[in-house]
Design a protein around this ligand. Structure first.
Ligand code: ADP
Ligand code: MG
Length: 460
């Protein structure tokens, strides 16, 4: 009974979210609550603090990579030969560089994701899964989850525990970054454009950030690539206009999977990248978030070369890296491919894709590697050591799904926000966190992929 009451109370809190006013929009046809855990999950305090402490370093690093043409060119050279999607992004990147950038203000919103790796001796270590440099989501919805879990704990009579939950409001932090970029763009009548999906599955998450901008009297519009293709234009100084409105900031919540792009949408993407408007992210920063770049970063000496004057930042970042391996043609790739085929459960095989559900594990990993091991296609993947967290019990609440207790593991994300004007970084912050939890039987997948659910860390 207490459980039912808690669930109902949690749903009521979610439904009181102001973002639900967006329900009145005629495009919204089906509404489900976002899935969440019944209870907060235990997270080691030291690892949580470590993740926050390294976030500004990662902001600095992503920003440095995005300005380093030589590094991006060298690192992605083997990938773009075999991966058409990365190649097309890269072509746009080169094209805008050749023309000369019109954009002078840069805004990065990323989310660095981690799991808590459990060693044989029972110690836990913070290990980075990846950094998302485009469309990193759930900063909005997760701004509500601590309230939900606080309420659940109170209903269950755990008032003291409820008071231990940390406040968390990434939507505010993300909006501050967007607002700063908008201000530096320097045209008070210009709007912020959220570039959204054709079929919008996560609108309320985006609305939370949007509402924070309206609070600051910044006008927000929502458009799709198709709208940009049909109605977007640049003036002589490459200022971006759509429906007669000048656009100061383009915040991409779409554009990271190949399926998004037909020929017209590629043209729209090029138009946006050529514009003066602040892109969040610009195409260089999207490329900086590829799995191939992540793998190269783990090579000894790479971080030092990218950030020569930041030895402490380099050490903090390196401490979070799991083993990552190149599958490029040659002896190094041959060797690690053979090791992974012999012992697939030690690794994760990753293509250059985002959004969950693309990685390969276990027997499937072995079969795919076996198939591509002697062909150039091998270079479109990277290998990573598999992180093995300690599972814990929780209830995963999802619309239309049966209720049962599951053995779960969690992934912690820290949101990073930075703004650069010319060469000067004018803002560099950690903007809050996201805890996602999934049943152990799912090797892969996030919330949008229908696997993980929203959670709140309970620091221990
Ligand atoms: P995507 O870009 O698709 O989100 P990720 O690298 O984040 O790709 O992987 C997707 C999911 O797969 C992660 O959320 C995590 O659950 C799981 N995963 C990824 N890498 C590892 C790893 N090294 N060890 C264990 N699980 C992993
Ligand atoms: Mg991910």
């Amino acid at each position: 009974a207490a459980f039912r009451q808690a669930e109902e109370a949690a749903l009521q809190t979610l439904l009181s979210c102001p973002a639900l006013s967006a329900l009145l929009h005629p495009c919204v046809q089906v509404v489900n609550y976002a899935p969440f855990t019944l209870l907060p999950s235990a997270v080691p305090r030291a690892l949580f603090e470590q993740a926050y402490a390294v976030q500004q370093d990662f902001n600095l690093l992503v920003d440095a990579i995005s300005q380093n043409k030589e590094f991006l060119e060298q690192t992605l050279a083997s990938t773009i030969k075999v991966d058409d999607f990365t190649a097309r992004l890269f072509r746009i990147y080169m094209q805008v560089l050749e023309e000369g950038l019109a954009q002078t203000v840069f805004l990065g919103i990323n989310r660095s994701d981690y799991m808590f790796d459990c060693g044989v001796d029972g110690t836990t270590a913070l290990k980075q899964i990846e950094i998302n440099t485009i469309a990193a989501s759930f900063g909005g919805l997760t701004s509500r989850t601590a309230h939900v879990h606080g309420l659940v704990l109170k209903v269950l009579g755990k008032t003291k525990e409820a008071s231990h939950l940390l406040p968390n409001n990434p939507s505010e932090g993300l909006a501050s970054g967007i607002a700063k970029a908008w201000e530096l763009y320097g045209s008070p009548s210009a709007v912020v454009m959220f570039l959204v999906e054709e079929v919008q599955r996560n609108i309320f998450d985006q609305r939370c950030v949007e509402n924070e901008l309206w609070k600051r009297n910044i006008r927000v519009i929502r458009r799709r690539f198709r709208d940009v293709f049909e109605k977007g234009s640049l003036d002589d100084s490459r200022r971006l206009y759509i429906d007669g409105q000048e656009v100061a900031v383009v915040y991409y919540r779409e554009g990271y999977v190949p399926q998004t792009y037909d020929q017209q949408n590629w043209e729209a993407r090029l138009l946006l990248e050529r514009a003066q408007a602040v892109k969040c992210p610009d195409i260089a920063t999207q490329l900086a978030g590829t799995k191939k770049v992540q793998q190269e970063l783990s090579r000894p000496g790479t971080l030092e070369k990218l950030l020569p004057n930041h030895p402490e930042a380099v050490a903090r970042m390196r401490a979070t890296f799991a083993g990552l391996y190149s599958l490029d043609e040659g002896e190094e790739g041959d060797k690690i491919a053979a090791t992974a085929i012999a012992d697939p459960d030690r690794f994760v095989l990753k293509p250059q894709r985002e959004g969950g559900g693309n990685n390969l594990y276990g027997e499937e990993l072995r079969q795919v590697l076996e198939k591509v091991k002697d062909s150039p296609e091998r270079t479109s993947y990277i290998l990573m050591d598999k992180i093995k967290p300690q599972p814990a019990l929780n209830y995963l609440l999802r619309a239309h799904s049966p209720l049962q207790v599951s053995e779960c593991i969690s992934e912690l994300g820290i949101f990073g926000v930075y703004v650069r004007q010319g060469r000067e970084l004018v803002l560099n912050e950690a903007a809050g966190h996201l805890l996602r939890t999934k049943a152990v039987e799912h090797a892969d997948g996030g919330v949008a992929a229908g696997v993980a659910v929203l959670d709140t860390p309970y620091l221990v």
